[in-house]
Design a protein around this ligand. Structure first.
Ligand code: HPA
Length: 271
């Protein structure tokens, strides 16, 4: 496995000729951040050896290298979801590769459903913790000690110093930023009303179908993680029919994407 991660990373490093310090994963409808990357060099996932290919609409499937200010970054425009049928090892493959590219930080974003009754569609939420409600953990199986420990401590999975800085940035730019806990489950079904209530009752503020596997794997390898959820819909719907569509999720995400981009940008420059 490790040889495979290294091979994929070396293929990319030989072409871009620099090591990125920050990895970024852009969620549904949030790919616009990649346009802010200067001097960019991008790769379609399908041209990268051993990289999976994404199947969801709105995920274009590109790895974009370049600069944000004086920081070297690599961004995934489109991620791999467990609900697409990939094993956890595949879902998290790009994060393992990013480690071998040299990243020290991973910034993750996602579209999520709001459970906290004070959240509205269009809010941004800083992720300060998560609940892994996937039926699997991406670290199941043999542990490779050169990657990270068998039993990783998860008490500070989302880097506290980045949370502090992000709050300052949001305040300085008058961006409303909620804070809370992301629960990740497999999907692809959205939650029933009973499931929304259940997730809320066990302490989650937003719910989604991604992020947790990648964050666990990054944290396992000692990468500092920062995450933002875009609340695209709520468990207490304001629409008369109360239904959630993928189109709505993407539209709302697209509307607030500039604010999320601003926070990511400023935070990366401050590292
Ligand atoms: N549930 C799960 N995943 C989601 C949701 C939701 O309500 N909205 C966006 N992604």
């Amino acid at each position: 496995m490790i040889e495979k991660f290294k091979n994929t990373a070396n293929f990319l490093l030989e072409r871009v000729k620099f090591q990125p310090e920050v990895g970024i994963i852009l969620g549904s409808g949030l790919g616009g951040f990649a346009n802010k990357i200067e001097n960019s060099i991008s790769f379609d996932y399908k041209e990268i050896p051993d990289f999976p290919v994404s199947t969801v609409e709105g995920h274009s499937g590109k790895l974009v290298f370049g600069n944000i200010g004086n920081k070297k970054v690599v961004a995934m425009q489109g991620r791999f979801h467990f609900y697409e049928g990939y094993p956890m090892q595949t879902v998290t493959y790009p994060v393992r590769v990013m480690k071998f590219l040299g990243i020290k930080y991973l910034f993750v974003s996602n579209a999520a459903g709001g459970l906290n009754p004070t959240f509205k569609a269009g809010d941004l939420m800083l992720i300060n913790d998560h609940i892994n409600f996937f039926p699997q953990n991406p670290l199941l199986g043999r542990n490779f000690d050169e990657l990270g420990p068998r039993f990783p401590d998860m008490s500070k999975t989302y880097a506290p110093e980045l949370i502090v800085k992000a709050k300052e940035i949001a305040k300085n730019h008058n961006i409303k930023l909620q804070e809370g806990i992301y629960i990740g489950s497999s999907g692809p079904t959205l939650e029933t009303p009973a499931e929304y209530r259940f997730f809320k009752s066990i302490g989650a503020d937003v719910t989604g179908m991604s992020t947790v596997p990648e964050v666990i794997v990054a944290h396992h390898m000692g990468i500092k993680v920062f995450g933002i959820s875009v609340v695209t819909n709520t468990a207490t719907p304001s629409t008369p029919d109360g239904e959630t569509t993928h189109e709505e999720v993407q539209n709302v995400a697209g509307t607030v994407e500039p604010q999320m981009t601003l926070i990511f940008n400023e935070l990366i420059k401050s590292l």
